[in-house]
Structure formats: C-alpha cells, structure tokens
Design a protein around this ligand. Structure first.
Ligand code: 3HC
Length: 296
C-alpha cells in the first residue's frame, strides 16, 4: 500500500548527520534501526545521540520521559541485512560517491518492498548517480538534513528524473508531518540549494584567511555581529567538518567547473593534517571534549 504510514526507518551511519537524523526520528515516535560498521562505532553513535537528548532535556526542549522513550526506540546493527523490513532508509555515510553507490546497490537487494523509499542525506552528490546503482531508481530520492539536525527545521527534498511521484510524496509527508520539518524542493544538481549558496561563501572565507586579507576571528566576528549570522563562516566550516566541505566543493566543481567551487590549498592541507574541525577537536579553532570552542 503506497499510503502506508512510515513507521520503520533505517539510518545508515551514526556520524554527526546520521546520529542527528536517527535522533529526530526516534523523538517523532518512529522505530529506528541504525547501521554502523562496528560495535565501537555503534557505541559512539549511541553515545552521541544520548548526549544530544540530554542537551534537549537540559534546554527544556524535551522531557526526561521523552528522552527515555526516544532512547528506547533506537536500535543498532552491523548487518545491513536487518534493514529488510524498513519502509524508509536514509543513508548518511561519508560524502563519497563510490561508497554511497555501493551502499545503494546493496540496499536495492535487501529492501525489496517496491514502495520503500531509499533516501540519501548527501550534501552535494547528484541523486541520479546513486539511483543508477539500483535496479529501481524510482525509489531513490535525496533527503538532505542540516546540522544540528534536532535544531534546524529544514529538509531539502531532491527528486531525480526517475524518482516516482509516490516516493516523493511519501518522503515529503514523512519529513513534514512526522518529523515536523519544513521541506523545500531542489533540482538534482550538485550542492542542491543550500550548499550551492553556502559552500562558495565558506571557501571565500578560507581564501581570505589564506591570503592574509583578515584574521579568522575578524571574519567570523564580521558575519556574526555585522550580518546577524548565528556563527561565522570559519566556525561553521568547523561545525560541518573541513573534510565534508572539501567533498562538497569537489562534487560541485566536478559538476560546474566553476573556479569559485574549487577547494583552496589551505583547506586541502588542513584536511590532510587531520584538522577537520569540531569532530576532530581542531580545525580553524580548537575544541574541548564537550565540543565547545576552547581557544580562539
Ligand atoms: N535538541 C533540541 N534542541 C536543542 C538541542 C538538542 N539536542 N541542542 C540545542 N538545542 C536548542 C537549544 O535549546 C536552543 O534553543 P532556543 O534558541 O530556543 O533556546 C537552540 O537549539 C540553540 O542552542 P544553544 O543555545 O545551545 O547553542 P547556540 O545558540 O550556540 O547555537 C547552533 C548553536 C544551533 C549550532 C547555532 O550556532 C547555529 O544555528 N549555527 C548555524 C548552523 C548552520 O548553519 N548549520 C547548517 C550547516 S550546513 C549543513 O548542515 C548542510 C550540510 O550538507 C553541510
């Protein structure tokens, strides 16, 4: 039945985005199964979600009881075969087309329900490239969430030339009615709406630091105090992850060959050095264990 309400969701990957997506699904009373490759990664993912739920409680967004119930709805597995009964799967692994394509090819065989929705949270990879890894690209769609997922209310819905209208409607209804997100629709072009606008801005800020045009503190301060952004572009690059910003820039550059989208050498060197931002403890800023910037 195409109208069957989505109640069983699978999330692939429990990194920053996967954990956030799993958390909002669990908070919306959905049964959530999360795939991670190892027990250690699964434990780290669960801990990440529990910390965020705790934050939700301490900031008064959810009650203790809602926290307990959400935690109870989350299960983890290291066997993708367990996803056979999922009505919606959201893939949220590393921003790498080959890795994602392999996952979609596998999911295609495991999730046999023709009405199931196979979604990617990719930040920038055209969804058609993932659709063609499957035997039924009409089931494949982009559902792009924003970090931090429990806080930011937007989801970009990306349909391809092949996505069926039923799948698009199901995915949109789930994001809007079940998760309570605002949904915007984007064409299937690298970067979609948000990153096509955001990433050139982040890269421009990195080029400013690189050329000595202004200090990182002054660049961030300018955008926070002068333009009322919640955080400056370098702090935001740290939040998104420098490796992810580079990967998004690469796929946008590959699609459009636009110099504005090419990753500047400073970004490349920082990624090579492992200075990938908040998740690694250091990027443009340094972070304490609790994720707060410890040194500016
Ligand atoms: N659950 C529920 N609510 C939470 C929460 C959680 N786990 N954690 C925080 N919140 C709530 C807080 O209660 C607070 O709500 P209030 O404003 O109603 O009191 C609000 O979120 C802000 O939290 P904090 O006060 O603790 O933190 P800050 O005010 O310092 O805000 C921030 C932190 C939310 C990260 C804010 O700086 C921000 O929005 N920055 C911009 C982030 C952004 O641009 N993200 C998009 C990146 S691009 C992307 O993700 C796409 C990808 O493809 C790259």
């Amino acid at each position: 039945m195409t109208s069957e309400k989505i109640q069983r969701v699978g999330v692939i990957g429990a990194g920053i985005m996967g954990a956030g997506i799993a958390e909002v699904c669990a908070r919306a009373h959905v049964d959530v199964l999360v795939f991670e490759q190892t027990r250690e990664l699964a434990a780290a993912g669960r801990a990440r979600i529990l910390r965020s739920l705790d934050r939700g409680v301490s900031s008064g967004k959810i009650t203790e009881r809602e926290r307990e119930q959400a935690a109870w709805r989350l299960r983890f597995t290291s066997d993708l075969g367990d996803f056979a009964d999922r009505q919606l799967v959201v893939e949220a692994v590393v921003e790498d087309e080959k890795v994602k394509s392999e996952i979609f090819a596998e999911l295609d065989k495991i999730v046999t329900d023709p009405n199931a929705v196979l979604a990617s949270n990719t930040s920038s990879i055209p969804i058609m490239k993932l659709g063609i890894a499957t035997s039924a690209p009409e089931r494949v769609i982009g559902l792009h969430f924003f970090n931090p997922v429990p806080v930011l209310p937007l989801v970009e819905l990306v349909t391809t030339l092949k996505t069926s209208s039923t799948v698009a409607q199901r995915a949109e209804a789930f994001a809007a009615d079940v998760l309570g997100k605002q949904v915007v629709r984007s064409s299937d072009r690298a970067g979609f709406i948000a990153n096509a606008l955001l990433v050139p801005y982040l890269l421009s800020a990195i080029r400013m630091v690189e050329s000595g045009f202004a200090t990182k503190d002054d660049i961030d301060k300018t955008m926070v105090l002068g333009c009322a952004h919640p955080m400056g572009p370098l702090a935001l690059t740290d939040l998104v992850g420098l490796d992810t910003v580079k990967a998004i820039a690469d796929s946008m550059y590959e699609e459009f060959k636009e110099p504005l989208y090419s990753a500047p050498p400073l970004l490349l060197r920082m990624v090579e050095a492992g200075l990938v931002g908040k998740k690694s403890g250091a990027g443009f800023y340094e972070y304490a264990e609790n994720g707060r910037a410890s040194k500016k």
